[in-house]
Design a protein around this ligand. Structure first.
Ligand code: XCC
Ligand code: SF4
Length: 625
């Protein structure tokens, strides 16, 4: 995938992206694609995982000529250590987001904030009950206190297993026990990974890889799962609703605010502030017709799932959204926010506002959000956006026209409701072969690919094969723009899937949320396995991240595999320098965990690869084609 100079058509499959890439060229704005060109060719040592900077006897680079680092570490050890730290970074990202959610729940429970409340009381009680917290006759906030305390212990060293291990099928837990990878506490596994990869600790590549699995399991079954469940409790459990996607959601005559990042704790308050009549009046007094809010990346997913707020686009659309020249302000929390957004914003009148002390950007204005001041800070940010409106240079505004409709909001709760409260219709459809299996397509954009080519084509190919597709993260915008997230998309599906989705009135590609919401998919897989009395690895399921880029995506892939779900990636992580580690990822883990990774950049071939796996799994369950 060495990047040579690409044409605009080769950079993205989308008209809105291409139009803005042309405008960026005219406006002299540099984008990720330009910087990729400058960075290419990449360092082959780093690309294959064979460089180590873990101490100052080095840095060391492993080659035929110099096969050992100064300390004596070989290529296998170095690759495994680098991968371990890579996924520890991703797990830390999701899990620290989860921790911020616990803090919000804790503050609500203890009366420390009036800006946040419990929106889904039934879910609070249900989750508390699931975790063995007494609910009968107790005040709601007392239950919330206990639940937040319980969740906090998942980050500590006090536990032998995580709270939500109660959801994991017994067979899976036994596999974890046998391998010694039962996840304990989020912080513990991440810290232990940092410890193990210090010079002179874990010098057995396979052993380090197993701890990578354990670390990521703590992310999936605690950090991410806690983030999702608390977000539902505080902001409501998503249910199906309509929304729209692409840059056409930005409105020429309004104050445009974009929210970007991951945690709904900031963006939910912005949603409230933009409908404040006083602020709308202020916007009108500045000559705007109103205040328009649109989402980017995962915070966009969170708002779309719960409020139907339109989505401007995914990862590679974030710079291009600003290139419209019509964005007054972009407010961010953390993760996946390109630092270049400040620079792009400076080419127009776009102000960037940061909200988290752990994610400041030089050149952006910092408005610190805390649970006790979220509402006031949100109003402040919206007011700042309104003040920018008169500064907009109308001559430089160009917004790609047209939006695409989609349906969002498929939480497990709403999916179950659509099936009349039980999984039976789905299980029967799987048994009968009308739905041959399900695949979660998740993750990112990466400028090394033609944007969304793989994301979209893989989804298209799978539904043709009667495989239900679940999407989260940045694949949402991709499949949404391709018209796959509406019930009418069943026309593109195979006959079985068309029949089942048609009768349920759901699209063949279901939007299940943000990246932490992959925990919903884990839970669904566990529910199916428990219902059938099998392990997750026995099910005709797969995961895929065709255009992934981030440490978080690698962590997701790893916890999927460690949970028993075969996972396709468009390109490998930086592990190819070690045959041992690569073989483990592509084959060895299959023996150990009942699942492994598959690598295939071509979406059509990837669909075949996944299809083959699903066929095997169906056969294993004694199901016909
Ligand atoms: Fe980030 Fe979550 Fe990837 Fe999108 S999909 S680029 S990680 S925003 Ni998670
Ligand atoms: Fe080199 Fe070993 Fe130090 Fe890594 S830990 S930089 S391989 S001496």
């Amino acid at each position: 995938m060495a990047a040579v100079k690409k044409t605009i058509e080769e950079k993205s499959i989308w008209d809105d992206a291409r139009q803005m890439l042309r405008k960026a060229e005219r406006d002299g704005v540099e984008t990720a694609w330009d910087r990729l060109e400058q960075q290419t060719p990449h360092c082959t040592f780093c690309e294959s995982g064979l460089s180590c900077r873990n101490c100052t006897m080095g840095p060391c680079r492993i080659s035929k000529k110099a096969p050992l680092g100064v300390c004596g570490a070989d290529g296998d050890v170095i690759v495994a250590r680098n991968f371990g730290r890579f996924v520890a970074g991703g797990s830390a990202g999701h899990s620290d987001h989860g921790r911020d959610c616990i803090e919000a729940l804790h503050d609500v429970a203890h009366g420390l904030t009036r800006d946040y409340t419990i929106k889904d009381e039934a879910k609070l009680l249900r989750i508390a009950g699931e975790l063995g917290i007494a609910t009968e006759g107790r005040p709601l906030l007392e239950v919330a206190k206990d639940l937040s305390a319980e969740f906090y212990t998942n980050y500590s060293s006090l536990r032998k297993e995580l709270s939500f291990s109660c959801r994991v099928p017994e067979k899976r837990k036994q596999i974890w026990r046998d391998l010694g990878i039962t996840p304990r506490g989020v912080d513990r596994e991440i810290a232990e990974m940092m410890h193990r990869t210090h010079m002179g600790c874990d010098n057995d590549a396979a052993n380090t890889m197993l701890h990578s699995a354990r670390t990521c399991l703590a992310d999936g079954w605690a950090g991410s799962m806690i983030a999702t469940e608390i977000s539902d409790i505080l902001f409501g459990t998503p249910s199906p609703r309509k929304s729209k996607v692409n840059l056409g959601v930005i409105k020429e005559d309004q104050v445009n605010i974009l929210v970007h990042g991951h945690n709904p704790i900031v963006s939910e308050k912005i949603v409230e502030a933009v409908s404040d009549p006083e602020l709308i009046a202020l916007a009108r007094s500045k000559g705007a017709a109103g205040i328009n809010l649109a989402g980017l990346c995962c915070t966009g997913n969170e708002l779309m799932m719960r409020r139907g707020i339109p989505m401007a686009g995914n990862h590679l659309m974030t710079e291009l959204a600003i290139v419209t020249g019509a964005v007054e302000l972009i407010v961010v929390d953390y993760q996946c926010i390109m630092p270049s957004l400040v620079t792009v914003g400076n080419c127009y009148h776009t102000k960037m506002v940061t909200t988290a002390d752990k994610a400041k950007f030089t050149g952006a204005e910092h408005v610190k959000f805390e649970t006790h001041n979220g509402a006031a800070q949100a109003r402040k940010v919206v007011r700042m956006a309104i003040e920018r409106f008169p500064l907009r240079n109308k001559a430089r505004v160009e917004i790609p026209q047209g939006t695409v409709d989609l349906i969002t909001g498929f939480s497990n709760e709403s999916l179950l409701a659509a099936m009349g409260g039980t999984l039976t219709p789905l299980i029967e459809a799987i048994k009968g072969g009308k739905v041959r299996g399900a695949v979660a397509i998740v993750g990112c954009n990466n400028p090394k690919y033609r944007q969304d080519h793989c994301n979209v084509n893989l989804a298209r190919e799978l539904i043709k094969k009667d495989i239900l597709v679940l999407v989260t993260g940045c694949v949402t915008s991709a499949t949404g723009k391709a018209g796959l997230l509406v019930p009418e998309a069943i026309e593109m599906a195979g006959p079985g899937l068309r029949e089942i989705c048609g009768s349920l009135g759901i699209p063949p590609v279901l939007h299940m949320g943000s990246c932490v919401d992959n925990a919903r998919i884990l839970q669904l897989a566990a529910l199916l396995a428990n219902e059938l009395g099998v392990d997750i690895s026995d099910l005709p399921l797969a995961g895929s991240s065709p255009e992934w880029y981030s440490e978080k995506a690698a962590a997701i892939g790893t916890y999927c595999v460690a949970s028993g779900i075969y996972t396709h990636l468009g390109h490998p992580p930086n592990i190819t320098g070690s045959e041992l580690v690569t073989n483990l990822a592509l084959e060895g883990l299959d023996t150990l965990l009942g699942a492994c990774f598959g690598i295939e950049p071509d979406p059509f071939k990837a669909a075949e690869l996944i299809d083959k796996r699903i066929r095997q799994k169906r056969k294993g369950l004694g199901l016909g084609e």
